[in-house]
Design a binder for this molecule. Structure first.
Ligand code: PEP
Ligand code: MG
Length: 931
């Protein structure tokens, strides 16, 4: 028995049609979407032309064995199933009194529209053409089918360029003064056919094959081969389609929509794929045409319903009389067929419980269904359809939640380009889709210019090699930001996402020429003031203006969000540093702030002056203090004296900063209306707050009342070779404890002033528990002081970021001192993988392309490596402190796959930029509901 089971040959060919299909809709993985649904439709009793599907496993064998061995393997099975098809149709393939012609089409498990190849009318030759003319009495139709076959087969199988055929067709049309293909007579088409054959001979040195079997196997070969054409590979890359075996090939009896005026072909959606509305049957058709004509745009397709047709005519400014005459609906031209098709629409939706995308052909008044599949749709339509299907009782709430792709919600939250306008636009290049939305504006090359131009009421796109915290003002008012360097966690990307500003980052083809105020990309040179447009959701950069529309957060969006909230377990907070961002995030459903980066507050207006004042003396204070520790006697006295002046300036600067920070926190607490707020103490290295160019240094020197050389020297003294691993995070707090104290005081005083505030103070970049103990002592002492002064009891949690691998591995020790952890997975990825956040974009693309990493680990959490550190820290942390609150605030907190991981390892919440909050809410629900 065992031996027999082993030798049982795999099944590579599945028959469908005549109510006895071998496949089912469930078998998409091996029959492809098209094949599986053709089998299912045929079994439902719908009129599907019979045929058979060569499986995706066959495609896999094709690539494994090579063409020759593969065809030896399947030839017999194909021939047997073909015989069955001949029996079912009562026709003989490519010969006999009633010849059978075939279509050969691709169809993978995930639809890849237009990416792979299709051949129609296969089996046509001089002999079959002659018989078909006799049978149909329609010579023109047969010749039209024949010339289409040569063109498709010649192109797909024999590699003759499409335009070589088009040139011949155009010449004949010109000669015959024909405007449309349909104006050509049978004789004209004969002329086209003989010219086509000559083109094949000229281009390939071979005759066009007339043997039907040879045509069939060559057709199958070409379609399997098209799985790996560059277009298809690119499509899979762009759409992150992975893990498929290959494409299936569907071989099906031809039906002819081009056999006269009682024939037609069309495509339709059971609901509107752009809005999700279910007002009428959305679709287009063409009389006397084959499928390719509808999409080819040669003739104007007509609408299926009268209602749709009238709306279309109105939008095209076509008068009702002309519409009726020239573009009547199917409902008008073939009312009976329309009714039948409409019944199928309802039936298929009820069967598949989703919006369907249909293809149909009408041959001499008889309707055939050629395809059904879940239709592609915009995010707005996905949300509307999912919520409507629940109301119609067709799907459950949980299914509705799973029907909407969390990432697609981006489209609903930002202004978007009008698709037709974007399609027509002149694309300059593509960068990283760093912050979603669409932006169009005039190019400027500095943050300062951006602010000046914006003051004049202009819309600007800030173009920089990369941005730095100094640019924040210009970034905040820009409509969009373009950088030529940096990845998805670069400064520009993080800040733009936080502010909800469209950003394309790391567009490596763009060369920024600040000196001449222009940017060069390919052959284009864009000067200051020229218009460009950015698509932050795709990374597209376009020349000139592209029209946008504002998003509508209409009813269904709220409904799907409410459902997501009902099922998710993870909390969702936001990363926000201003009252405005906090308010936006709350509007989008944030349950608090998970990361308030206090340093961002130091950049605006008078704050930067006060902070620079502090930095100006901080180094000196640090060095003198160090010397003080070692000195004795006279030296000690002298040093103490020397310390007096800088120390008083140091305290003065802290005194200046305190009220500014306090008012910032008050604003944020008010915007949060009692929601918790995790505030991180100062994190970046100090040099980031200083100007690096001569002009900036001169300006700072003037403000500080010192010489430019002193500023230059300060910048040089703060220079570090590896600042991300340098003097930053809690290391600053260790050196300058007064900064920790000032920030804690500002937080506590603001909390006393705003009722219901729930501050949580977070220490950054802890790697050793002793760092936390040190900082915690200062924080607790300051809290007690403020409590005493204000005579109020504060409930302030104290916790830490986990962003240094050592912290993750010693989380049990750290948890004894911390009431909460927030995983800073940006730094944890940087230090865990050893990839610089600022430089890795240069090579990570290759790493991903070569499969070293499945995804860019700064975008999608590297679950096996960095994730393991997170999981370890969760376990160790909770072992020491049972109620330890755990969150994530790295960029991964807004990325659906990473959110699923956070749910799995038991975090309490994720925190992400305001515009990602709805995405995170939905992704958190998916994490619960997906199997
Ligand atoms: C992190 O490292 O993940 C984090 C949130 O901090 P930042 O990005 O500010 O370094
Ligand atoms: Mg960090």
């Amino acid at each position: 028995m065992a031996a027999r089971a082993k030798t049982k040959k795999a099944k590579y060919v599945y028959f469908f049609g005549g109510g006895k299909s071998e496949g089912k809709a469930k078998m998409k993985q091996i029959l492809g979407g098209k094949g599986a649904n053709l089998a299912e439709m045929a079994d439902l009793g719908l009129p599907v032309p019979a045929g058979f599907t060569l499986t995706t496993e066959a495609c896999n064998e094709y690539y494994k064995l090579g063409k020759k061995k593969f065809f030896e393997l399947i030839r017999e099975e194909v021939e047997k199933t073909l015989a069955k098809l001949e029996k079912e149709t009562g026709k003989t393939f490519g010969k006999g009194k009633n010849p059978l012609l075939l279509s050969v089409r691709s169809g993978a498990a995930v639809s890849m529209p237009g990416m792979m190849d299709t051949i129609l009318n296969l089996g046509m030759n001089e002999e079959t053409a002659g018989i078909l003319i006799k049978r149909s009495g329609n010579e023109r139709f047969v010749m039209d089918s024949y010339r289409r076959f040569i063109q498709m087969f010649g192109d797909v199988v024999m590699g003759v360029p499409h335009h070589d055929f088009e040139a011949e067709l155009d010449e004949v049309k010109k000669k015959k003064r024909a405007k449309l293909d349909t104006d050509l007579s049978a004789d004209d088409l004969k002329m086209v056919i003989s010219r086509y054959k000559a083109v094949v001979k000229r281009d390939t040195g071979k005759d066009f094959p007339s043997d039907p079997m040879e045509q069939l196997f060559a057709g199958i070969d070409a379609v399997f081969g098209s799985w790996n054409n560059p277009r298809a590979i690119k499509y899979r890359q762009l759409n992150d389609i992975r893990g498929l075996l290959g494409t299936a090939v569907n071989v099906q009896a031809m039906v002819f929509g081009n056999s006269g005026n009682n024939s037609a072909t069309g495509v339709a959606f059971t609901r509107d794929p752009s809005t999700g509305e279910n007002r009428y049957f959305y679709g287009e058709y063409l009389i006397n045409a084959q499928g390719e004509d509808v999409v080819a745009g040669i003739r104007t397709p007509q609408q299926i319903t009268i209602k749709g047709s009238k709306e279309w005519a109105k939008s095209q400014r076509i008068r009702e009389k002309d519409r009726k005459q020239q573009f009547p609906s199917l409902e008008e031209t073939m009312p009976k067929v329309f009714k039948r098709l409409d019944r199928f629409r309802v039936r298929l939706e009820k069967h598949y419980l989703d919006m369907q995308d249909l293809e149909f052909t009408i041959e001499n008044g008889k309707l055939y269904m050629l395809q059904t599949r879940n239709g592609k749709r915009t995010a707005a339509a996905a949300v509307k359809i999912a919520t409507d299907l629940v109301k119609e009782g067709l799907i459950t709430e949980k299914e509705a939640v799973l029907r909407v792709d969390p990432s697609s919600l981006d489209q609903l939250l930002h202004p978007v380009f009008i698709k037709a306008a974007e399609d027509k636009a002149n694309k300059l290049t593509t960068g990283l889709p760093a912050s979603p939305g669409a932006a169009t504006g005039q190019v400027v090359f500095s943050a300062h210019e951006a602010e000046l131009w914006a003051e004049m009421g202009k819309n600007v796109i800030l173009c920089r090699t990369e941005t730095s915290p100094e640019d924040i003002g210009g970034m905040a008012i820009a409509k969009g930001i373009l950088t030529s360097r940096g990845g998805m966690t670069s400064h520009a990307a993080v800040v733009a996402r936080g502010m909800g500003i469209c950003c394309v980052a790391g567009a490596g083809d763009v060369e920024m020429d600040y000196k001449n105020k222009k940017l060069n990309v390919g052959k284009h040179s864009i000067a200051e003031g020229d218009w460009i447009s950015l698509n932050g959701s795709t990374g597209g950069v376009y020349k000139d203006e592209v029209d946008t529309v504002e998003p509508k957060l209409a009813g269904p969006f709220g409904e799907i969000m409410a459902l997501a909230d009902k099922y998710r377990k993870l909390g969702v907070r936001t990363n926000a540093d201003t009252p405005h961002d906090a308010a936006v995030a709350v509007k989008f459903g944030a349950e608090g702030i998970g990361l308030c980066r206090t340093e961002h507050m130091f950049f605006e207006g008078d704050r930067i002056v006060a902070f620079r004042k502090l930095i100006l003396v901080a180094e000196e204070v640090k060095n003198l203090r160090r010397g003080l520790g070692l000195a004795e006697g006279e030296e000690l006295k002298a040093l103490s004296k020397r310390l007096e002046a800088p120390l008083s300036q140091y305290y003065e600067a802290l005194d200046d900063l305190l009220p500014l920070q306090r008012s910032d926190f008050k604003g944020i607490f008010r915007a949060l209306k009692g929601r918790p707020c995790t505030i991180r103490l100062l994190d970046p290295p100090l040099h980031e707050f200083l100007p690096h160019d001569a002009a900036g240094q001169k300006e700072m020197a003037k403000t500080m009342g010192v010489k430019p050389a002193q500023i230059k020297q300060l910048v040089e003294s703060l220079h570090e070779f590896n600042p991300m691993l340098g003097h930053r995070g809690c290391r600053l707090g260790m050196t300058y404890p007064e900064v920790t104290e000032m920030q804690t005081r500002a937080i506590c005083e603001a909390a006393c002033a705003v009722k219901g505030s729930q501050p949580e103070i977070m220490v950054p970049l802890v790697g050793n528990v002793n760092e936390l103990v040190h900082q915690k002592t200062i924080i607790q002492r300051t809290i007690a002081m403020v409590e005493k002064e204000k005579k109020k009891k504060l409930n302030v949690l104290i916790g830490t970021m986990i962003e240094v691998p050592r912290a993750a591995m010693t989380a049990d020790e750290i948890a004894k001192e911390a009431q909460f952890f927030s995983f800073g997975t940006n730094d944890l990825t940087q230090m865990g993988c050893g990839f610089s956040r600022d430089d890795a974009a240069k090579f990570l693309g290759e790493y991903v392309a070569n499969g070293v990493y499945e995804y860019d680990p700064f975008q999608v959490l590297d679950q096996t490596g960095v994730g393991r550190m997170v999981e370890t820290a969760v376990k160790l942390g909770r072992k020491s402190r049972r109620g330890l609150k755990l969150g994530i605030c790295g960029e991964h907190g807004g990325e659906p796959r990473s959110i699923a991981f956070c749910h799995k390892v038991g975090l309490n919440y994720v925190s992400c930029s305001p515009y990602r909050v709805p995405i995170a809410r939905l992704a958190a629900a998916h994490a619960v509901l997906s199997k």
